[in-house]
Design a protein around this ligand. Structure first.
Ligand SMILES: O=c1ccn([C@@H]2O[C@H](COP(=O)(O)OP(=O)(O)O[C@H]3O[C@H](CO)[C@@H](O)[C@H](O)[C@H]3O)[C@@H](O)[C@H]2O)c(=O)[nH]1
Length: 583
C-alpha cells in the first residue's frame, strides 16, 4: 500500500470520494508519525481528506502499529510491511508483530509482496518462524498483497477464509462491490484517456500517463474505502466474552446486558452459590435469538482442566471475572477455603489467559479494599488495607493484577471496586438468592418482608451518623452491570489502560435505618427491627468518589434508593424463595 503512495501524487482538484453509508463521526483513525514520515506527503493529505470526508478523525500520534481504526470502542490495528527482505529484516518484522499481537485483539499485517520470490520467501519464513514468534495460524491475520495498489480483493478473501469475517454475507457483498469497483475504475480510466485526447492537443503518451495518474488516485481511494469497510466489518464482528461466575447475582445481570449489547457470552460457574435456573431465566429474559449467543459451562476455576477445555475450543476477546466467595464471616472461620477459591482460581485463570493470548480482564474487586477509610468519599488512590480474609483475597488479587501488568505491560486489566450492590432486574425474574441466612442487609430485609425471617437485626445504633446507624453506598445491580459494559469498552478502546481501578458506587451514602424506611415504602410491608450492638469490623460510613469512573469510563449510576428498593421488592414478591419453587 505504501508503495502506491510513493508512486503517485493524487490531484488536489479531485474531491475525496465518500463511502455510501458513512454517517456522522464514524470513528477515529490514528496514524503513526513514523509511518506518515515514510510516505509521500501528497498521499497523507489525500488519506486525511478521504477519512475526513467519511467522518473519520485522523490523528497523528507515536504508536507502534501503523494505523489504528477505532469504531464504536473497537480498535483494529494495521501494520504494513512494504519491504520484504528475507535475509535481513524478517526477524524484526516478526518480533514487532509478536509484540503488537499481544496488545491488539484485532491486528492485521498487510504485507505487500510484489514478486513470486517474495511471496515464496514469506511463506517459508512464516512457517519457519511461527513457533519462535508464537504465531498461530490466522492470529494475527497476515494479508498478503501482490498488487500493491489493489490489495483488497485479497484482504477480503483471506480474512473470510480465516474466519475473521463471521458475517460471510457482508464479506461476499464487499467482494462483489470490489469487482464492480475495479471494472468501473478501468472503464473510467479509459474514458478519461479518450476524453483527454479528444479535448486537448496532448500526445497519446502524455494522455496515457495522465489517465494512469487518475487511475492511481482512484485506486487509492478505493483502497481506503475498502479499508474502512473492512474496519467496520471487523468492529461488527461479535466479541466473545468469558464470564466467570456468570450464574451469580451480579453475573446474571451483567450477562443480560452483555447479550443485549451484542456480545457473545460463555459462562463458567461451579454453581457453588448459584443455580442453573438463574441462567435459564437469563435466556428467557433475552429471548431465543440472543440466548443462542450464550453458552453455559459447569466448571471450577480451581480445576485447570476445566479452564483449558474452555480456552482450547474458542477464542475469548476478554474475561469478566466474578467467580469467588464473598461472605466476610465465613472467610474468618475458614480462610483456606477463601484463599483456595479466590486466589488459586484466579491464578489458574491468568495462566490460561496468558497461554491463549487473551490479556484483557475486568475483575470484580470491592470497596472492602479501602478497609476502614479514614476519609470519605473513597478515592481510588487511597491507601488500601484489608480487614478480614475475604477482603485480603480481593486486595491480594488487585496486587497480583498490578504485578502481572507491571511485568507484561500488554495486559489490560480493569479493577472494579463495587460498593453495596442491591436491587434486581426490573422484570423481577432474576435477583440475589443467597444460600442460607443472608449476611448482607438487603437480602435480609427482603426475607423479613416475605416472612422467611422474623425481624432485622440492626447492627449499631450509636455510630456518629445522623440516625446512629452505619452509612453505605448502595448501588443498583443494573447500574453495576452497565459499569461492566463501560469497563469492557474501555479495555477494547484504550491500549494505555494498563491496570486501573474504578469505584462503582453512586457517590451517595444511605444509613441502615434509611434503607429500611425506603424498603417499607416500596413494599408496603412493615419490617420489624431489633437494635443490636455494632457488628465487628464494620465501618461507620463508606461511600464512593465516582469521578474517575464518570470521567474515564463515561459511566454514572442512574438509579436511586427508591428504584433499588422497588426492584428488590418486585423480585422478592415474585420469588419469595428465590429460584426455588418452594421450600
Ligand atoms: O442483618 C444485617 C446486615 C447488615 N447490617 C448492616 O448493614 C450495613 C451493610 O452491611 P452489608 O450489607 O453486610 O454490607 P457491608 O458490610 O457494607 O459489606 C458489603 O460491602 C462490601 C464493600 O463495601 C463488600 O466487600 C462486602 O462483600 C459486602 O458484604 C452494615 O452497617 C451492617 O452492619 C445490619 O444492620 N443487619
Amino acid at each position: 500500500m505504501a508503495t502506491s503512495g510513493s508512486s503517485h501524487g493524487p490531484s488536489t482538484d479531485q474531491p475525496p470520494p465518500s463511502l455510501p453509508n458513512s454517517g456522522s463521526a464514524a470513528g477515529v483513525c490514528i496514524m503513526s508519525n513514523a509511518w506518515k514520515d515514510e510516505q509521500d506527503p501528497s498521499l497523507i493529505s489525500f488519506i486525511s481528506a478521504f477519512l475526513g470526508s467519511n467522518s473519520f478523525r485522523l490523528n497523528f500520534v507515536s504508536i507502534s502499529p501503523d494505523l489504528i481504526f477505532n469504531c464504536g470502542g473497537v480498535s483494529i490495528a494495521f501494520v504494513f510491511v512494504t519491504k520484504w527482505d528475507d535475509c535481513c529484516n524478517v526477524g524484526s518484522i516478526f518480533n514487532r508483530v509478536k509484540r503488537l499481537k499481544a496488545q491488539f485483539a484485532r491486528l492485521y499485517v498487510v504485507a505487500t509482496l510484489s514478486t513470486k520470490e517474495q511471496d515464496d520467501s514469506f511463506m517459508r519464513s512464516y512457517f519457519h518462524f511461527s513457533i519462535r514468534y508464537e504465531m498461530e495460524f490466522g492470529k494475527p491475520a497476515f494479508v498478503l498483497v501482490t498488487d500493491p495498489e489493489m490489495g483488497f480483493e485479497k484482504i477480503v478473501k483471506i480474512s473470510t477464509s480465516r474466519g475473521m469475517c463471521k458475517q460471510q454475507k457482508v464479506a461476499s457483498k464487499v467482494k462483489v462491490e470490489l469487482y464492480l469497483a475495479i471494472g468501473s475504475i478501468e472503464a473510467a480510466a479509459k474514458t478519461s484517456k479518450e476524453d483527454i485526447l479528444a479535448n486537448t492537443d496532448l500526445s497519446s503518451d502524455k494522455a496515457d500517463s495522465l489517465s494512469r495518474d487518475s487511475l492511481k488516485v482512484q485506486k487509492v481511494s478505493i483502497l481506503f474505502s475498502k479499508l474502512l469497510e473492512f474496519v467496520e466489518m471487523g468492529s461488527s464482528v461479535e466479541q466473545n466474552i468469558l464470564v466467570t461466575g456468570g450464574a451469580g447475582f451480579i453475573g446474571t445481570h451483567t450477562v443480560v446486558q452483555l447479550l443485549k449489547e451484542g456480545f457473545k457470552v460463555s459462562i463458567i460457574d461451579n454453581l457453588d452459590n448459584s443455580v442453573i435456573e438463574a441462567v435459564d431465566r437469563v435466556r428467557e429474559l433475552v429471548g431465543p435469538d440472543l440466548s443462542n449467543k450464550l453458552e453455559f459451562n459447569l466448571g471450577d476455576l480451581r480445576n485447570k482442566g476445566d479452564i483449558e477445555k474452555l480456552f482450547s475450543k474458542q477464542r475469548f476477546d476478554a474475561v469478566i471475572h466474578f467467580a469467588g466467595l464473598k461472605a466476610v464471616g465465613e472467610s474468618v472461620g475458614n480462610p483456606r477455603r477463601y484463599f483456595d477459591n479466590n486466589l488459586v482460581g484466579t491464578i489458574n485463570l491468568y495462566e490460561a489467559m496468558a497461554k491463549y493470548h487473551c490479556k484483557m480482564m475486568v475483575f470484580s474487586s470491592s470497596a472492602t479494599v479501602y478497609g476502614q477509610p479514614e476519609k470519605i468519599p473513597c478515592v481510588e488512590d487511597f491507601e488500601l488495607k484489608a480487614m478480614n480474609p475475604y477482603g485480603r483475597t480481593k486486595l491480594f488479587l488487585e496486587e497480583i493484577a498490578r504485578d502481572i501488568h507491571a511485568a507484561e505491560p500488554e495486559w489490560r486489566i480493569v479493577l472494579l471496586r463495587y460498593f453495596n450492590p442491591v436491587g434486581a432486574h426490573e422484570s423481577g425474574r432474576i435477583g440475589e438468592d443467597p444460600k442460607g441466612i443472608p449476611n448482607n442487609l438487603m437480602p435480609y430485609i427482603q426475607q423479613v418482608a416475605v416472612g422467611r425471617l422474623p425481624e432485622l437485626n440492626v447492627y449499631g445504633h450509636d455510630y456518629p451518623t445522623e440516625d446512629g446507624s452505619a452509612v453505605r453506598d448502595y448501588i443498583h445491580v443494573m447500574d453495576l452491570a452497565d459499569g461492566h459494559i463501560a469497563a469492557l469498552r474501555k479495555l477494547f478502546a484504550d491500549p494505555k489502560i494498563g491496570c486501573t481501578a474504578y469505584n462503582l458506587g453512586t457517590g451517595r451514602g444511605t444509613s441502615v435505618l434509611e434503607m429500611v424506611a425506603a424498603f417499607e415504602k416500596a413494599s408496603g410491608k412493615k419490617i420489624p427491627i431489633k437494635l443490636c450492638p455494632r457488628r465487628a469490623g464494620d465501618a461507620t460510613a463508606v461511600y464512593a468518589s465516582t469521578e474517575r469512573a464518570e470521567k474515564e469510563l463515561g459511566w454514572k449510576a442512574k438509579y436511586g434508593v427508591d428504584e433499588m428498593c422497588r426492584d428488590q421488592w418486585n423480585w422478592a414478591n415474585n420469588n419469595p424463595w428465590g429460584y426455588q419453587k418452594k421450600l
